[in-house]
Design a protein around this ligand. Structure first.
Ligand SMILES: C[S@@+](CC[C@H](N)C(=O)[O-])C[C@H]1O[C@@H](n2cnc3c(N)ncnc32)[C@H](O)[C@@H]1O
Length: 493
């Protein structure tokens, strides 16, 4: 049965002991991934049989910790007492993470490792997900947002719709202060527990609708994984957009600019719809027109209503008849609302005085490594590439991105190699693969950061035999595109 209890925050000494025991046992995300092939805890009421059987051997401290705190299942007291230090079990019982139940210790919460942090949340159970006060554990969307989050030193960070405050806790080391805000008061209790568990004192957890609990406050960074799933009726608070279609995300964005410092950035992962007869980019542009923000959208996937409905519903409904009935209801709704497709991805906005830009970058591969630095560079590159002021671009110094690879294919014909293609690949940061021609390759070779763009373009024109004016015009367009792709980067000189 779902319980309202949340664990009591640990003191600094106990928190350190907890972290040390987890570290020594190898209870870390890379080890869990290597051992079980999982980063995100599976629902404990739908555990794959093979996983349970493997862990029943209970051979190591890692097995016991994973069974209790990653899978959320009971461990027998004898094995746990034999494998884990005394003090550790005691503190888990004292703070309420474990309760003694006959010959078992039963977890009341998960504690999921993410990077170097440990994050407590409610047990991951399908049967709990309809509970208003449910605080979800780590999910894929949270990991994706974490991968793109900008991790530069800032004053104030807001984790909006924070849940167990993963984004807030991971922002503590590079923020002077962090606020975690969520509608659900139990989320604030978990956020406080998690800040203490990870040894941070600079996180404040508050409760309120959207920005209500931070009225009048401005932030340098806002990270938000809001309830964004689009459905005919919002079935749970934590996952489903409570306003028609993508209305909740729109509302969040419309209020965000007032909570950003000049230069402050909001990064969100969300979904939005394509409505028949309307260009989706114009629709989103309209949401943020006059917001005083630059807008950078990174769509990652696009689904037709039928597959979106099926894929989303199948995550929680296993009964085929119920699934079919719900799917029909969802498809009707999408048809009535003239939804042609649902897109998912990232939306970044940055408050900036002056003429704002709007840009879309289609993501071609899932992001696995943290790329926050590349996202921050993406903003400065776009400031140059999308500015009407070509003087700023022409006087800047650019260099070719580290790690750029070139793959050239040719075929043998008529006694010589005939080139088929030259493709540039950038694996670091936002993955890029673009076909170029000989001209662009020659142009790229001009950029070593030592001279302004204008000089590079004139050298390029000389080298390929173009008139200087033509070289400047064509070269500028190429440089703008290469900057947007991250293949050229500003040196800051
Ligand atoms: C998808 S969960 C994300 C939780 C966490 N940030 C993460 O990344 O795992 C969305 C969160 O938004 C919260 N929420 C839902 N409606 C809200 C609202 N109107 N205002 C503030 N928070 C809300 C839910 O309680 C839930 O914790």
């Amino acid at each position: 049965m779902f319980s309202d209890n949340t664990p009591t925050p640990l003191g600094a000494k106990e928190a350190k002991l907890f972290r040390d025991v987890c570290q020594a046992a190898g209870y870390t995300s890379p080890q869990l991934e290597e051992r079980f092939g999982l980063l995100v805890p599976p629902p404990s009421d739908r555990l794959p049989a093979t996983l349970g059987a493997r862990l029943d051997q209970n051979g190591t401290p890692l097995d016991v910790l994973a069974k209790a705190f990653f899978l959320g299942t009971a461990v027998d007291t004898e094995t746990a007492n034999a494998l884990l230090p005394d003090g550790f079990i005691r503190l888990c019982l004292q703070c309420g993470l474990l309760i003694e139940d006959g010959t078992d210790y039963r977890p009341t919460a998960l504690v999921t490792p993410v990077g170097t942090a440990l994050l407590a949340s409610d047990l991951q159970r399908i049967e709990y997900q309809d509970e208003e006060q449910f605080v979800p554990a780590l999910c894929d969307a949270a990991l994706h947002l974490n991968a793109v989050a900008i991790r530069q030193s800032v004053g104030k960070t807001l984790d909006l719709c924070s849940g167990f405050a993963l984004h807030g806790v991971l922002s503590c080391p590079h923020s002077e202060t962090v606020v975690a805000s969520d509608l659900n008061p139990r989320a604030a209790a978990f956020a406080r527990f998690n800040a203490a568990l990870n040894g941070f004192e600079n996180l404040r957890a508050v409760t309120g609708e959207l920005f209500d609990a931070v009225k009048g406050e401005r932030f340098n960074l806002i990270l938000a994984n809001p309830p964004f799933v689009i459905s005919p009726d919002a079935m749970t608070t934590y996952r489903f957009n409570p306003i028609a279609l993508d209305g909740f995300v729109r509302q969040m964005l419309s209020q965000a600019a007032d909570h950003l410092e000049e230069g402050g950035i909001l990064q969100t992962i969300c979904e939005w719809v394509e409505v028949q007869g309307q260009d989706w980019q114009d629709r989103l542009r309209g949401w943020l027109a006059d917001s005083g923000c630059d807008v950078w959208i990174l769509p990652a996937n696009r689904q037709l209503p039928a597959s979106y409905a099926r894929n989303t519903l199948a995550q929680t409904i296993s009964d085929e008849a119920e699934l079919a009935a719900q799917q029909a209801k969802w498809e009707n709704y999408f048809q009535e609302q003239r939804v042609e497709a649902i897109q998912g991805g990232f939306l970044f906005i940055r408050r900036r005085a002056g003429k704002n830009w709007f840009d879309v970058t289609q993501m071609t591969k899932p992001i696995r490594q943290p790329i926050g630095d590349a996202i921050a560079r993406g903003f400065s590159n776009r400031d140059l590439a999308l500015s009407d002021d070509s003087d700023a671009l022409l006087s800047s110094r650019l260099t070719v991105a580290n790690g750029l690879r070139q793959v050239e294919t040719s075929h043998w014909k008529e006694f010589r190699w005939q080139r088929d293609s030259i493709v540039l690949h950038l694996d670091d940061g936002l993955p890029v693969s673009i076909g170029i021609d000989e001209y662009v390759r020659t142009l790229l070779e001009m950029f070593d950061g030592s001279r302004p763009v204008l000089e590079c373009l004139d050298r390029f024109a000389n080298q390929v035999g173009l008139a200087i004016e033509t070289g400047r015009k064509q070269g500028t367009a190429m440089v703008r595109s290469l900057l947007k792709n991250g293949i050229l980067v500003a040196t800051g000189r």
